[in-house]
Design a protein around this ligand. Structure first.
Ligand code: DGJ
Length: 506
């Protein structure tokens, strides 16, 4: 069995797991859940397994695996791997090392309290709770710990490939300051840009980037630190690695979102400075899901959505994202809550993280996401074979004024009507997969479809057959044959559904 890997074919990257293409229909758990096997057993597994996931996204904490310098304790890692095997899911690990959301909260005590650890500073000299990316010593300690972790996973798991990917750190960058002033900004920006970062440029950071020089410099520093950490990990066990971005805040200035993190504007710098990272990915809590996916797909041949919102929008984004992009990980955050009663969100936390309160309304998400994942599990091979071909047509309502879309198929046109977007309902979304000129699959949520004959065709379009069903092991399984009352409208409501339609002209 070869190890999980990224395979590039026809300019598209696919994740291969257990020697076949794989899409992670995932869920990420809360930050602290994986700190205790008992907590996982009592509060997490039974909840997340109801979601029909094939992958769980879980943190690994530096402070727990290396509580004393060079004394490693991998029991928390081993527990997660064996529990995942028991539940027949794969794992994506989040390495909470030097930085988690711009802070250094998961750094072991012995690093936090070491007087030689360099903390980042504001321009007034205030120390920030974030280790400076220029602190070479701390970066090398993290690299050593990460490499030990990867060697351990190789030894414990390579034969079974339970762990399929690793996120290196979490939403890095510096908050509350536009620059890390533990570094002398003026002289740093007067240095020439390192060769390889800007082709043929002999200019200094300031000359080349002007007012954005500080931000590019910070991106280079963070990306270089991540490169050192990721490279050490890759040498130990070469699983696919990615980083996740806290997105740039509209109208915000660097520091209101993490300065130097892998935002869309900094993507190129990150790609050049951190080649040991396979993909740079967005955490998407904002409403303009498609625009963010477009930005991160433009210069990369695959897309991951490693962390995303909890409300019903997430289901629509999933359906659109998985069919419209070369997406191979989709992972809503805090998924152990999705079948529980809605708790009031801690607005202070959300404000600090710059997340809309709406995005954390999981009150109706559990059953709907579970149903979508259930259908998509069976559709994965078809999606992988047809993504980016003319046979697959995706749609998503993007703003309240969108009423629908027309899709030209072999023998007819499908007119997709979107539902009104009011309250916490899943925005209309779906895809059509053409099986032949007369036959197609329709998967979606909150849509109504009318079929029209091609222009200049006097005959009308009729349905020879309309079935509701699912795909299991590449075979269509009919749940019901829809006719009579069930055929007046081709409609899918608030729960996702999969239909197979065969048309004719009369
Ligand atoms: C983004 C972070 O990456 C997550 O770990 C978590 O803190 C969520 N925000 C919000 O709770």
């Amino acid at each position: 069995m070869s190890i999980p890997r990224l395979v590039v074919h026809n300019n598209a990257t696919t994740l291969w797991v257990d020697n076949q293409p794989f899409i992670s229909l995932a869920a990420e758990i809360h930050n602290s859940s994986a700190s205790s096997p008992t907590y996982m057993e009592e509060h997490v597994w039974s909840e997340v397994m109801q979601l029909n996931i094939n992958t769980l996204v879980v943190p690994i904490y530096w402070e727990l695996i290396e509580p004393i310098q060079s004394k490693f304790d991998f029991s928390s890692v081993d527990y997660l791997i064996s529990a995942a095997r028991k539940h027949h899911v794969k794992l994506v690990l989040l390495w909470y090392g030097l930085w988690k959301n711009g802070l250094s909260s998961y750094v072991p005590e012995w690093v936090k309290t070491d007087s030689s650890t360099i903390y980042a500073q504001t321009d007034s000299g205030e120390h920030l709770f974030s280790v400076s990316p220029a602190d070479q010593h701390s970066v090398s300690l993290d690299a050593t710990a990460f490499s030990k972790l990867m060697s351990h996973i190789k030894q414990y798991d390579a034969a079974q490939s339970t762990v399929i990917m690793v996120q290196v750190e979490n939403e890095v960058g510096l908050l509350r300051s536009d620059f890390d002033y533990s570094i002398d900004k003026e002289s740093a920006l007067a240095e020439p840009i390192p060769t390889g970062l800007i082709e043929g440029s002999q200019k200094s950071w300031s000359e080349h980037f002007g007012s954005e020089a500080g931000e590019y410099y910070m991106a280079y520093l963070y990306a270089s630190a991540i490169q050192q950490i990721a490279k050490a990990g890759k040498q130990a066990y070469a699983l696919p690695f990615y980083v996740n971005a806290w997105l740039e805040k509209p109208l915000g200035t660097p520091g209101t979102f993490p300065t130097g993190g892998p935002t869309a504007r900094m993507l190129r710098t990150w790609q050049l400075a951190a080649p040991a990272i396979d993909l740079i990915t967005p955490d998407i809590y904002v409403p303009n899901f498609d625009q963010v996916c477009d930005e991160y797909s433009r210069t990369q041949s695959a897309l991951l959505v490693p962390e995303t919102r909890q409300d019903l929008r997430t289901v629509s984004n999933l359906i659109y994202g998985i069919s419209n992009y070369n997406l191979f990980l989709f992972s809503p955050f805090g998924a152990e809550d999705f079948f529980k009663a809605q708790k009031e969100s801690d607005l202070r936390v959300l404000t600090q993280l710059a997340i809309d309160a709406d995005a954390f309304n999981y009150s109706k998400t559990g059953p709907v996401l579970s149903s979508a994942y259930g259908y998509l599990q069976g559709l994965i091979p078809l999606l992988i074979a047809n993504r980016r071909t003319k046979n697959l047509h995706s749609f998503l309502v993007k703003q309240a004024a969108d009423r629908g879309t027309r899709i030209t198929l072999g023998d007819c046109t499908a007119v997709i009507h979107f539902s009104q977007m009011e309250g916490n309902i899943a925005p209309s979304a779906g895809f059509i997969l053409e099986l032949s000129d007369q036959e197609f699959l329709l998967f979606g949520i909150n849509i109504r479809v009318e079929l029209e004959a091609p222009k200049n065709e006097e005959r009308k379009v009729g349905l020879l057959r309309m079935e509701e069903g699912k795909v299991v092991s590449n075979q269509w399984q009919t749940t019901r044959i829809l006719n009579g009352d069930e055929q007046y409208n081709i409609q899918i409501g608030e729960s996702p559904n999969l239909l197979k339609l065969r048309t004719y002209l009369y």
